[in-house]
Design a protein around this ligand. Structure first.
Ligand code: CDP
Length: 781
């Protein structure tokens, strides 16, 4: 038997991918260099809304090294001036007559090197006639508002209306309710700001008639299918390779015009083309997240039992509905906004609106609008507690879905798989010393100091998704794994999802190690190449573990079933006389007679029973029966400086429950990163436009990303409530902290100011905003 430890589920295995990353040996798209490669750069609009009167490329074309300038007029002739979005809208690749947002792509330059291309971008002359931009989504809905999208049949800026829940029942409860609280909340535009920007290298090989695209894609298979459908090139003639990726967070799911233009240029010019965005282009023009204007109401009894929730949201989608939500959910999974609380009814309505801004709606480290949903309910519960004079912890305990109610059918139709909310909150309160903190707060308040304690007890919804409900452009959202065990007992696992830093090369190897009893070191994981990986819908929305993770476990179990037959042959017993225990097939009642997977693997190629196929491999396309519902209880303690309005996060404890944990070290890392990405919109980040639609936050000087300096010391803990339907009991984890942290922080800030009559503050809670409140309340120093 092998003496090398297996290190399967639950082991803090160091990330297998890190040795190449920390040595600078990763291969990112910009590391791909092909002979004769040309460089593409993009001319962008200085206007949010303008007619294009003339594009004159003559000066650019006269520059040495400039090979071509591509315009919308040329793409139109090729039928490529527009492309479909993943939400069944259409989006300009390059404009033919008008631009509809600031920094929109206007033309593309191809040159022999990157610097010449950048210089030539400045030499392309474009004459614009500015038009009135529509920037406020409420004004966009007014009759007579200028049209953002005159190309559409429907002559309004309204995109769609979407509802969930029972309106009649909800309205009835609101009419008879003892207490009603309501609040407007704005969740502003933010940007994913992955370290690596977007880009691609496209190579068309005339000899093999094959198009290869190295691309920063979170969903290479889905992108290949879309490329094939749009271009008419057969799918097997397209190969998309998603190499190492420096962060995706949802921003690498949409198809950007740059990809299409680069592909067109490669086919036209017969040369490899590289296009890599610079930092400002990425920040100014790629798809944005959030931008939800929410009106929320809760109906409750006087003693604090929530009875119903009513929400209406105006969703600013910018000029194109280019979000990447599952087809049937234009507002994503926003209807999970009843959160962790049991109530009789709910009704949620969302209206999507066009404005002259870059396309919005990307699921930024969030399972399709769950951040917005969680922020809404977690703020509203605190507002209700404030109205009733209740403690925010007490009101949560009173309203939690109880452990015995799972599986729980929510009033908007979701079936929560498992949870134990009171246990998680109690653990967090005990660990942080909640009662003591409340005593300290009272003392400080008496001295005029501003200290707040905020709680967030969120429920996530991840793992899209079950094929009966979830598809993107008709493609069902299952995921896949393919495992091949080699004769000497090492193995290769190919998966349909694509890592962008989450450590899949380690955790997926651990799943196989656990299921097959092979040491984790001997298992290699591959992904991201459409020529070799099985078809999958990609990595976003914390779906990898719930979908491809399950597929990997099921594929491994299929291998184990075949291995049982080979073990029986080797041990000369019936397969029924064997049991899988301690990582080997053992004869029942005689556990010393056993065969390890390594021995079985060798026999699978050298000594398998007659009638059985040789080899040891399996494939699984896993269609999850349900989503998974991770949850957590976060407690945040803040102090506010009365002289500057600055909020200091003194303490933050995150107790998370993501079911069975595959790798506790990776999970902790995911939570640390996610918490920082939750701190960011709570206190710092917001995309701002001026009255002309020009972005004012187009560089990191103005768009504040938290650095190590601004990030507090995160404390983490866990409870474990396995998912009953996932083969390993695992739920996703990557997004929980991003969605759970902002309301905990905001609730803490509002709690620090509640005795002054403050009930809500929209994020980001900047020092300027807080100082203004302190001035108004007469407590500024
Ligand atoms: O889809 P994505 O990989 O972004 O999200 P995820 O499924 O939440 O997983 C993030 C990372 O945490 C992956 O490496 C998972 O395998 C790991 N993970 C884990 O070790 N245990 C869990 N219960 C959930 C995730």
């Amino acid at each position: 038997m092998t003496t090398t430890p297996i290190r399967g589920l639950g082991h803090p295995v160091k990330r297998k991918e890190d040795p190449r990353f920390i040595r600078g040996k990763g291969t990112y798209v910009d590391d791909i260099k092909l002979p004769g490669m040309l460089y593409l750069d993009i001319v962008r609009s200085p206007y949010a809304h303008a007619r294009i009167k003339r594009i004159d490329a003559s000066k650019a074309l006269a520059m040495p090294g400039v090979v071509d300038v591509i315009t919308g007029a040329e793409l139109e002739k090729a039928g490529l001036a527009w492309m479909p979005t993943l939400m069944s809208d259409r989006q300009m690749v390059l404009p033919t007559d008008r631009v509809v947002y600031y920094a929109q792509e206007v033309a593309a330059v191809v040159a022999t090197d990157r610097y010449t291309a950048a210089d030539a971008v400045l030499a392309v002359e474009v004459e614009y006639e500015p038009l009135t931009p529509v920037l406020d989504p409420f004004k966009a809905l007014e009759p007579g508002a200028p049209l953002v999208r005159p190309d559409r049949e429907q002559k309004t800026n309204h995109i769609w209306h979407w509802e969930a829940g029972d309106k009649e029942k909800t309205d009835r409860i609101f009419q008879e309710a003892q207490v009603v609280v309501s609040q407007d909340l704005y969740i502003p535009r933010i940007h994913v700001c992955s370290i690596e920007t977007c880009g691609c290298v496209v190579n068309y090989d005339r000899a093999t008639d094959k198009l290869t695209i190295w691309m920063t894609s979170q969903a290479p298979h889905a992108h290949r299918t879309v490329f094939s459908l749009v271009s008419g090139i057969p799918e097997h003639k397209i190969r998309i390779i998603s190499p190492d990726i420096g962060g995706g967070f949802g921003g690498k799911v949409p198809v950007y015009p740059g990809y299409v233009i680069a592909t067109y240029a490669a086919l036209k010019l017969g040369k490899p083309i590289k296009w890599i965005e610079d930092r400002s282009e990425n920040l100014q023009a790629d798809t944005f997240a959030r931008d939800y204007h929410i009106h929320a109401e809760l109906a409750a009894t006087r003693d604090g039992k929530i009875r119903a929730m009513r929400v209406h949201t105006v969703a600013d989608h910018g000029a194109f509905d280019a979000a990447a939500n599952p087809s049937k959910f234009p507002a994503g999974l926003f209807s999970v906004c009843t959160g962790s609380y049991d109530m009789e009814a709910a009704h949620v309505a969302v209206d999507g609106v066009y404005t002259n801004k870059p396309p919005g709606g990307v699921a930024y480290r969030c399972s399709f609008r769950v951040t917005e949903a969680v922020h809404t309910i977690e703020r509203m519960v605190d507002i209700l507690a404030d109205e009733l004079g209740m403690d925010p912890a007490e009101i949560r305990f009173k309203n939690f879905i109880r452990p015995e109610q799972f599986p729980y059918k929510s009033p908007t139709g979701w079936e929560y798989d498992s949870g134990n909310y009171p246990a998680t909150l109690q653990k967090a309160l005990d660990a942080i010393g909640y009662q003591e903190l409340r005593r300290e707060q009272a003392e400080r308040r008496a001295r005029g100091e501003l200290m707040g304690i905020g709680i967030s007890t969120f429920t996530e919804i991840v793992g899209a998704g079950p094929s009966h409900t979830f598809d993107i452009l008709g493609i069902k959202m299952f995921d896949s794994a393919e495992i091949r065990v080699h004769p000497t007992g090492s193995a290769i696992v190919r998966i349909g999802v694509q890592t962008q830093g989450q450590g899949h090369e380690t955790t997926f190897a651990q799943i196989v190690a656990e299921e097959l009893g092979l040491p984790v070191e001997n298992i290699i994981v591959e992904h991201g190449d459409t020529d070799t990986a099985p078809y999958g819908l990609g990595t976003y929305a914390s779906r990898s573990t719930p979908t491809a993770g399950a597929a990997t476990a099921v594929a491994a179990r299929k291998i184990r079933e075949k291995a049982r037959l080979i073990a029986a042959h080797l041990l000369e017993v019936s397969p029924d006389d064997l049991e899988w225990r301690d990582y080997a097939f053992r004869v029942k009642g005689a556990p010393d007679r056993f065969k390890t997977m390594q021995e079985i693997a060798f026999a699978a190629y050298t000594n398998f029973p007659q009638g059985l196929e040789g080899g040891l491999e399996a494939v699984c396309y896993y269609d999850p029966p349900n989503l998974t519902f991770p949850f957590g209880a976060y407690v945040c303690v803040v102090d506010i400086d009365r002289g500057t309005g600055q909020v200091k996060v003194r303490e933050f404890l995150a107790v998370d429950d993501c079911g069975t944990i595959i790798n506790p070290m990776i999970v902790e890392g995911q939570i640390h990163g996610g918490l920082t990405m939750g701190l960011a919109p709570a206190l710092f980040e917001e995309i701002v436009y001026d009255e002309n639609g020009t972005m004012l936050t187009g560089t990191f000087m103005d768009y504040l990303l938290p650095t190590a300096m601004e990030t507090p010391h995160w404390k983490t803990d866990k409870t474990v409530t396995p998912s009953p339907h996932h083969p390993l009991g695992a739920k996703g984890v990557g997004e929980s902290p991003t969605i759970g942290a902002p309301p905990a922080i905001v609730n803490a800030v509002v709690d620090a100011l509640s005795h002054l009559g403050v009930r809500h503050i929209d994020i980001p809670i900047t020092p300027a905003k807080v100082y203004q409140i302190l001035l108004e309340k007469g407590v500024a120093e």
